[in-house]
Structure formats: C-alpha cells, structure tokens
Write a protein that binds this ligand. Structure first.
Ligand SMILES: C[S@@+](CC[C@H](N)C(=O)[O-])C[C@H]1O[C@@H](n2cnc3c(N)ncnc32)[C@H](O)[C@@H]1O
Length: 301
C-alpha cells in the first residue's frame, strides 16, 4: 500500500511551491507499484525532474509505460556476475538489468548503476563493473555498505546476523584501495563513466568526517506521508510531521526541523560508522567543497 494519487498530488504541489526541483522515487521497490507511471506523470506535470531508483528486475517489463516521465534511472548492480542475483535473491536479475538498461538507453534515459561495496568484493569486480558501464553507456557509482547502528550492535537492513557479517567491511584498507583505484581510473579513460566526484572518493578513502545536509537539501516522504530527514544514521530524528494532514511548508519551516538541521551541523559520526551514503553525501558536497562544482562543469563541457 502506498499513498493514493490525490494525496501525492497535494504533496507534489506543496513540494514544488517550497522550491523542490527533483523527485527521486525509491523504496522498497517502486516498480512493484501498479500505478507508478501515473506517479511519475504527475511529477512531470508538476514540474519536477525525475529519478527512479530500482533493483531493475521489472524494468524490461515496465520501461515502456514509464519512459516519457522518467529522466534518469539508478539501478543497483552490486556484482558484475551471478553473485548479484544471489545476493539479491532474484534469479536472472542481472540479465534483466542489462535488458532494462539497453531499453532505457534507447528511450534516451540517463542510467547509473550503483554498487554497494562489501567485504565480498575484489578490485577486479570494480574494474569489471566500470567496463560493463562503459559498454552499456551508463555511469557507475560506488558506496561502502552502511550499517545502521542500533542499541544492541548494528544491522544491515533486515538481514540475518550471519549474512550481514559476510558483507560487513571490517578492513577499511580495502575501501581505500577501491577509492584510489577509482581516482586513478577517472583520470585514465573512465572520467565520464565513474559518477562519484573526487571529493566523495577522498572522503570515503580517508574515512573522514564531513557535514551533510539531509534535511536542508532533501526531504523524504515515507509511504504513509510521514516527513523524514534522509539521515539513516540513527541520530535521533524526532517526529517532524505528516504531509497528509499538514502543509509541507509548515513542517519544513518548523522549529523542530530547524533544531534538527542545527544538530546535523555538529554530526561527527561519519568516520565512526563509515557513513558515506551516496544519495545524501554527493548532493551535500557542493556546499562544502568548491572542487565539486568544477568537476560538474568539466563533465558537461
Ligand atoms: C534502498 S535502495 C531502494 C531502491 C531499489 N529497491 C534498489 O534495490 O535499488 C536504494 C539504494 O540504496 C542502496 N543501499 C541499500 N542498503 C544499503 C546499505 N546498507 N549501505 C549502502 N547502500 C545501501 C541500494 O543498493 C540502492 O542502490
């Protein structure tokens, strides 16, 4: 169950009035929603640019209904081979992803493949993913797997402890080697293939602290209308409000929201927990690292 279209319309209109320009639809798995094309159509009508985040399984089946309303697609591709199907528990997933990417590119949609780095990866996997991206004319991004801290340890989503332990990065020197490799390849033949900025890769390499803006640059709306910050680190989020019965602007400008933003400015947990979530970190970096702008400019000229 998700929000009905008429409620989504209210939220889109209020978000647009607030100055939002980009709508990213994630999950869960958005392509499981029957009327997802209507959601994207509404987003385009409202005036947003649109990104779909998907595991790609249903992409070949659904891309024709979506293509007019989706500007960009982010597909999870963790491994360049059958290990991806295994880790996601979906037979033939990678095959379907490749088919979905080829179709999307035919429609002129920009595609990025996102790889979540785990202890199961090798440098050769990273190189093969870059080659795959180049061959398919997509970009590829990398982010280290992130564990959500809990009072009794940490968890990786809803995985069993045993599975989570197999993925958990205990040795950050591997991430450093990946980051160095990507920085090198970006300068040598893969400049337009690797999506991560140098600034992101250096943060990840050095396991550095940084300031991100998970409720200044972005705002999240959950399946039930709850307004959330995009921080997943477990810094206390508090209840910000619900977009079904409140105006988005009222929530966005509330004292609670402002207090949360002030709190994030003091956050020094990235280093401690290895928190480098791509979709929060990258959009935050232009505000703290001027080299990012230069890199964006270089990419389009
Ligand atoms: C939460 S998923 C939702 C969209 C879609 N169902 C999918 O599988 O891509 C969005 C992105 O977050 C990434 N992600 C999920 N869990 C993560 C974790 N623990 N650490 C880092 N990235 C993660 C996924 O691989 C995916 O690229």
């Amino acid at each position: 169950m998700g929000l009905p279209l008429n409620k989504i319309e209210k939220i889109f209109n209020e978000g647009y009035d607030l100055g939002c320009v980009l709508l990213a639809v994630t999950g869960g798995e958005p392509l499981l929603r029957k009327d997802i094309p209507e959601v994207f159509e509404l987003a385009k009508k409202t005036g947003f640019s649109t990104i779909l985040l998907t595991n790609g399984y249903l992409l070949p089946k659904r891309i024709s209904e979506l293509q007019k309303f989706v500007d960009s697609i982010n597909i999870s591709v963790d491994f360049p081979d059958v290990r991806h199907d295994k880790i996601r528990g979906l037979p033939k997933l990678l095959e379907r992803i490749v088919e979905g990417i080829r179709l999307s590119k035919k429609y002129g949609i920009a595609v990025n493949m996102n790889c979540v780095l785990t202890a199961q990866h090798s440098l050769e996997d990273i190189r093969r993913l870059m080659l795959m991206a180049k061959e398919l004319d997509t970009t590829v991004s990398f982010e280290p797997i992130f564990e959500t801290p809990t009072p009794d340890g940490s968890i990786l989503g809803s995985m069993s402890k045993k599975d989570a332990n197999l993925l958990k990065i205990n040795d950050w020197s591997f991430v450093k080697r990946v980051a160095d490799m990507l920085l090198y390849y970006k300068r040598n033949s893969f400049g337009k293939t690797v999506l991560n900025t140098d600034a992101f890769l250096k943060l990840m390499r050095d396991r550095a602290d940084y300031v991100c803006f998970p409720f200044s640059m972005q705002l999240g709306i959950a399946y039930n209308g709850d307004v959330t910050s995009m921080c997943v680190l477990g810094m206390q989020k508090d209840y910000l409000g619900n977009a079904l019965n409140q105006n988005l602007k009222e929530i966005w400008c509330s004292d609670k929201a402002q207090a949360l933003r002030d709190k994030y400015k003091q956050c020094r947990l990235a280093r401690k927990y290895g928190c480098y979530l791509l979709c929060v970190t990258e959009p935050s970096l232009p505000f703290t690292d001027s080299s990012v702008f230069l890199e964006y400019v270089k990419r389009v000229i």
